[in-house]
Ligand binder design. Structure first.
Ligand SMILES: Cc1ncc(COP(=O)(O)O)c(C=O)c1O
Length: 437
């Protein structure tokens, strides 16, 4: 079965890519390229599907949107309207949410090295939960709570020692990583003891996030088992049940036809099965359950639109390769360079009857590794002025974008029912120069 990497309102009509009734050519004319195009209804449908599936499975469940995948004010407003919480991993992500009055009580704060000022700000504004990721952090959060005269809810990020089936760079819960507190080494339990010494901290439960772009739930299921064991130990030793558990994100999406992710409802059903059976086996009450999807909400909802600037047919020992250079590159999509992520690309402004030829889609930066797609067959007549669209660039693309070569970062344009609006404007040279003394 082949899977589509496009969001639900993208169609190809007479060779023209259209999204919710607007053509790629119209979008390029109005907003220029490179540009991220967001399918608003698709984003909302994915976010709501997670909320509905979780609330059907667990009473009062929370879906935190993982801001790191991509955030901006409009995303935070939509998350608020749709009843999601927000997971933030830095002071900057926190400020985005606060800037649109996202309720602090529905914000969960992550980070393996939260600064003192980030902790202070989080406590001051009353975030719902801070997820402890080191022993040192416990005293820092307690001090901030004391300063502000508050009790702060905390969870512990556990490292359950589970190998997620994904790229190493985005697996987060095997033994040799910087995230979380290891259950097996005993340091997670040390954190429990340390938290119990601080009356300003309300220990709510445990968290784990095992990695990203995961297609099968075996890793999550094993993680749930280990987390429930930990919670049962806590009940036995402290004579109190932890009321909350958070299983992180990590649900995979389609980047190419090879990718076969689970439907949102199926992934949640597996979590439910593991939690219900696991709690029954340990005689635990079903806790308040949360998850933190990022990629699987925003990833498929965006594509990147580029214009071709040059083409170059390079002679190889055994054939040729057409280098197609577009007007963005590693500054708007670092994932292929960072960890070999694979994308597909399509001609977006016309049909072509020319035969496909081995091609490499590259950017405009001064790096040989500035490659968006290493090997792709594309029509041999692709020429300057053509538009190329790469699907599924919503997650960890704009949010990881850089100004390498002093390239202004692209805008994000949201499209819905034939109308398009800027939700993040294009950076200008002035923006870039603004920072210089
Ligand atoms: C703690 C935590 N939660 C949630 C996520 C979101 O993961 P994904 O985008 O794969 O759903 C991440 C991603 O790195 C994370 O570190």
């Amino acid at each position: 079965m082949s899977h589509s990497a496009w969001s639900s309102n993208v169609k190809f009509e007479n060779g023209q890519l259209t999204i919710a009734g607007t053509t790629a050519s119209e979008l390029a004319r109005e907003f220029d390229t490179p540009t991220f195009i967001l399918d608003e209804d698709d984003f909302k449908a994915r976010a709501s599907a997670f909320v509905n599936a979780m609330q059907k499975s667990f009473s009062g469940a929370t879906v935190y949107y993982a801001s790191k995948a991509f955030t901006c004010k409009q995303i935070a407003r939509w998350c608020n309207e749709l009843g999601l919480g927000m997971d933030v991993a830095t002071g900057g992500e926190l400020e985005v949410a606060l800037s649109v009055n996202f309720p602090a009580s529905r914000i969960e704060v992550h980070g393996n090295n939260k600064s003192l000022s980030e902790i202070d700000r989080a406590v001051e504004v009353g975030v719902g939960c801070i997820v402890i990721d080191s022993i040192q952090e416990i005293g820092r959060v307690a001090d901030a709570a004391k300063r502000h005269g508050k009790t702060q809810s905390v969870m512990i990020r556990l490292n359950p020692g589970v190998e997620a089936h994904t790229i190493e760079a985005i697996a987060t819960a095997h033994t040799d990583v910087k995230f979380g507190l290891s259950i097996s080494s005993g340091v997670a339990w040390d954190a429990v003891i340390e938290i119990s010494k601080h009356s300003q901290l309300d220990f709510r439960g445990v968290h784990a996030h095992i990695g990203s772009q995961i297609f099968n739930m075996d890793g999550h299921r094993l993680t749930i088992e280990r987390m429930l064991d930990f919670m049962a130990r806590y009940r036995d030793e402290f004579n109190r049940e932890l009321p909350e558990v958070d299983f992180g994100g990590g649900f995979g999406i389609v980047y190419t036809a090879e990718d076969a992710p689970l439907a949102i409802e199926d992934a949640v059903a597996q979590i439910k099965d593991a939690v219900v059976n696991g709690c029954a086996a340990r005689n635990l009450k079903i806790p308040h359950v949360a998850i933190e999807p990022g990629r699987s909400i925003i990833g498929p909802s965006m594509f990147t639109l580029y214009e071709v600037g040059t083409t170059k047919l390079v002679q190889l020992e055994n054939g040729t390769r057409n280098y197609i250079s577009v007007d963005g590159g590693m500054s708007d999509n670092i994932r292929p360079g960072l960890y070999g992520a694979i994308y597909e690309a399509h001609l977006a402004n016309r049909t072509s009857s020319a035969p496909n030829t081995p091609s490499r889609l590259v950017g405009k930066h001064c790096e040989t590794g500035d490659i968006l797609i290493r090997d792709i067959d594309l029509p041999s007549d692709i020429a300057p002025g053509d538009l190329i669209a790469i699907p599924a660039t919503g997650a960890y693309n704009r949010s990881m974008a850089s100004n390498y070569n002093h390239v202004p970062r692209p805008p994000v344009i949201s499209v819905r029912q034939g109308s398009a609006k800027v939700i993040v404007r294009r950076e200008t040279f002035e923006d870039l120069l603004h920072l210089d003394a």
